[in-house]
Design a protein around this ligand. Structure first.
Ligand code: ACO
Length: 327
């Protein structure tokens, strides 16, 4: 054996670059690499024991039926060599819902699913529709405890949260306080993105709770918000956020919209859309030339409650509005 083969680095691969994720549609496959792989392959995001390692993880862009194929030119026969395939399968759906290595079987399987009555969620779950570049899209709000088909789809897509959202973990699909918002292309039935959201009960006080006509109020918290990579940068994220926001704004049992650990790009999207919303509501115009009259605590609290925005986010937006008006 060549002496260079004894160097550990020869057998070490970055898991972020080894993992190739693809979405396969009628027009071919779109391949991309993940942002994070530490939830699957460990903190260092390094895989030991292989040369020329490539881990193919492909999904049909309609059913999201997963396919795994691990390839390498050599593998070290030691205890330290990681079982890459097992690590990946651990976070993918169980019950044989993943096809390993046999690509023909995978294609046959998702084609059969597509032609065997694969459909979008029932119309009663649709909360919004919109058009981009002549294509129609729809947003559906669903609860996984009520639909076996959507639970199955969620089990297939949830790995994207681990791969693209920092510190994401799998949600408890049997907890009915989780809702999932889905975004679909209505014609092709391709899933464009999804959002998990948790409804936190807002317990006010005992005397309210004991009233006969007591209705539970909730804070809606967006937890994982994801547009699949091939569809990013086209406005879908904004449309999906607007759909969720306006759904909660109109829901009498929801008192506030919050977001769990937003990253910079989500903060950006949220700020742009919240400012646009406040502008449409005429909120910008309420700041006169002498804005000090308005920026009083009570007035701000009243507006914040009305628009169901989180206190910290609302203060940031007010600051941005004041700044844009030159105060
Ligand atoms: N043509 C060109 N550019 C456009 C168009 C268009 N038609 N429409 C929107 N854009 C631009 C926007 O102006 C924006 O530009 P900017 O980044 O310079 O501000 C950019 O595209 C993104 O806006 P959208 O297209 O509305 O958003 P997108 O669909 O890309 O979704 C998101 C954004 C959710 C962050 C997505 O990139 C994603 O899923 N990333 C990976 C996962 C992630 O980071 N999720 C958020 C984590 S935080 C959390 O989950 C709570």
């Amino acid at each position: 054996m060549d002496l260079s083969n004894f160097k550990p680095e020869v057998w070490t691969t970055s898991s972020n670059s080894a993992l190739k994720v693809s979405l396969v549609g009628k027009d071919g496959a779109v391949q991309f690499t993940p942002t994070f792989t530490y939830p699957i392959f460990g903190e260092s995001e390094q895989i030991f024991g292989y040369k020329d390692l490539t881990i193919h993880l492909a999904f049909d862009s309609v059913t999201f039926k997963p396919f795994v194929n691990v390839k390498y030119s050599s593998k070290l026969d030691t205890d330290e060599t990681e079982d890459v395939e097992k690590k990946l399968l651990d976070v993918l759906p169980k019950d044989d819902d993943v096809i390993v290595k046999d690509e023909v079987k995978w294609v046959d399987s998702f084609e059969a699913e597509q032609s065997g009555g694969y459909s979008l969620p029932p119309d009663k779950y649709e909360i919004e529709e919109y058009e981009i570049d002549g294509e129609n899209y729809a947003v559906f709000k669903t609860n996984l405890t009520k639909s076996k088909d959507l639970k199955k789809l969620h089990r297939r897509v949830q790995i994207f949260s681990l791969l693209f959202i920092e510190a994401a973990s799998y949600i408890d699909e049997d907890d009915s306080n989780w809702d999932v918002f889905w975004l679909f292309n209505k014609t092709t039935k391709q899933c464009i993105g999804y959002v998990t959201a948790y409804m936190y009960w807002n317990y006010a006080n005992a005397s309210q709770f004991d009233r006969d006509n007591y209705t539970k109020h909730f804070r809606g918290k967006i937890s994982q918000f994801l547009i699949f990579p091939p569809y990013q940068g086209k406005g879908h994220g904004s449309k999906l956020y607007q759909a969720i926001f306006s759904h909660w704004l109109n829901a009498t049992n929801v008192i506030e919209l919050t977001v769990e650990d937003p990253n910079e790009s989500f903060d950006d999207l949220r700020d742009r859309n919240d400012l646009e919303f406040l502008k449409k509501q005429g909120f910008f115009a309420e700041f006169s030339d002498d804005s000090n009259d308005f920026v009083e605590d009570n007035w701000l609290v009243e507006k914040q409650l009305k628009y169901k925005l989180e206190k910290r986010q609302f203060s940031r937006l007010v600051e941005m509005i004041l700044f844009s008006k030159g105060f």
